[in-house]
Write a protein that binds this ligand. Structure first.
Ligand code: HPA
Ligand code: ZN
Length: 335
């Protein structure tokens, strides 16, 4: 069997700031006159040893200091889209963290206009269709999230949905009920990180209180059989990120990852890269790693690819596009 890197797929859980490779970080630092507390890219890469989600987030937010202009965001997103295209990605739904930039004095419009420039050229340049999802930082206040939604209003033509990320434990979904209601009233789709480090109750609350259509991670759902039954019945997609879970110590080794068990339980799971510059692989490498570690069959891989397009935010007018992508999955040959 060939490597499954080029299997057609959608990436649905990808933080654009998490695609900042050390080389680009140093290039942008030089261009923008920002000092990085690392001598070179080797020393920076050596810092990519994480204990948990928070130890990663500390470095992830610190490195964002190099992102200052709209061009920086365009370059970041274009580099990701080129890499993704080379690994079979046909459609990418991309998260960004506006508060991590506005809090440093980079205007919301600078971030979105920079990202949108790359995304708008993506279908022609890379053959990848895109959506943009803005995430609220759950360790910031509900008021700050609401103010961020307000700032987004002039840019809603670029934004498909809202998400919730950053430090999970101690920041349950209930805090964001109002801002999710307001987002829904604006016609935005809703997702949230839940059950990465937090308990299964956060997954239930994301569904019940925030009205989310997909759960990002959802790894800990498996601890609650009643919840699994509900997720299977309602076909709620879970966007898994296996390499992230190993690097942030949610699972010890990839061989222990519940991906296969979740598929066997009938859950609609997808495989994604989360923050690929930090976690050792883009989505093609992630497919390859899980195939090896979990002895996935060709049919398992095809099902994961199919799931990714089924879970994508391709609405009614995009059904022909979804059908085309699904046909490409069926037509793919592994040898
Ligand atoms: N979890 C929560 N917040 C994040 C992550 C993640 O894996 N990546 C970037 N922000
Ligand atoms: Zn994530």
């Amino acid at each position: 069997m060939n490597l499954p890197e080029d299997l057609p797929k959608a990436e649905l859980h990808l933080h654009i700031e998490g695609t900042l490779e050390p080389e680009l970080a140093f290039a942008l630092a030089a261009r923008n006159g920002v000092h990085l507390p690392f001598a070179d890219t080797d020393e920076l890469r050596r810092a990519y040893r994480f204990e948990d989600l928070q130890s990663f987030l500390d470095l992830y937010y610190a490195l964002m200091a190099v992102l200052r202009t709209a061009d920086d965001f365009t370059e970041l997103a274009d580099a990701y889209l080129a890499r993704a295209a080379a690994q079979g990605v046909r459609h990418a739904e991309i998260f960004f963290d506006p508060q991590a930039h506005t809090s440093r004095g980079v205007p919301f419009g600078t971030v979105v206009e920079g990202l949108a420039r790359a995304l708008e050229g993506s279908e022609e340049r890379h053959g990848v269709t895109t959506r943009l999802i803005m995430c609220f930082l759950r360790d910031e206040s509900a008021e700050s999230a609401m103010a961020t939604l307000e700032e987004a209003k002039p840019y809603l033509r670029h934004i498909t949905g809202v998400g919730l990320d950053s430090a999970e434990v101690g920041h349950p979904p209930a805090k964001f009920r109002e801002v999710y209601e307001a987002a829904a009233a604006l016609g935005l789709r809703r997702v949230a990180h839940a059950g990465e480090e937090g308990p299964p109750s956060y997954i239930r609350d994301a569904l019940d209180l925030l009205g989310v259509e997909r759960i990002d991670h959802g790894l800990r759902a498996m601890e609650d059989p009643g919840l699994v039954e509900r997720l299977v019945r309602d076909r709620v997609p879970l966007t898994l990120c296996p390499l992230s879970n190993v690097r942030l110590r949610a699972v010890d080794v990839l061989e222990d990852h519940p991906l296969k068990a979740m598929m066997d339980a009938g859950l609609l799971v997808t495989v994604n890269s989360d923050d690929p510059a930090y976690f050792g692989g883009y989505v093609g490498e992630t497919f390859h790693a899980v195939r090896e570690a979990l002895a996935l069959t060709e049919e398992d891989l095809r099902r994961l690819a199919r799931n990714s397009f089924e879970a994508a935010f391709l609405d009614q007018e995009d059904e022909a596009l979804r059908a085309r992508y699904l046909a490409e999955v069926e037509a793919y040959t592994f040898d």
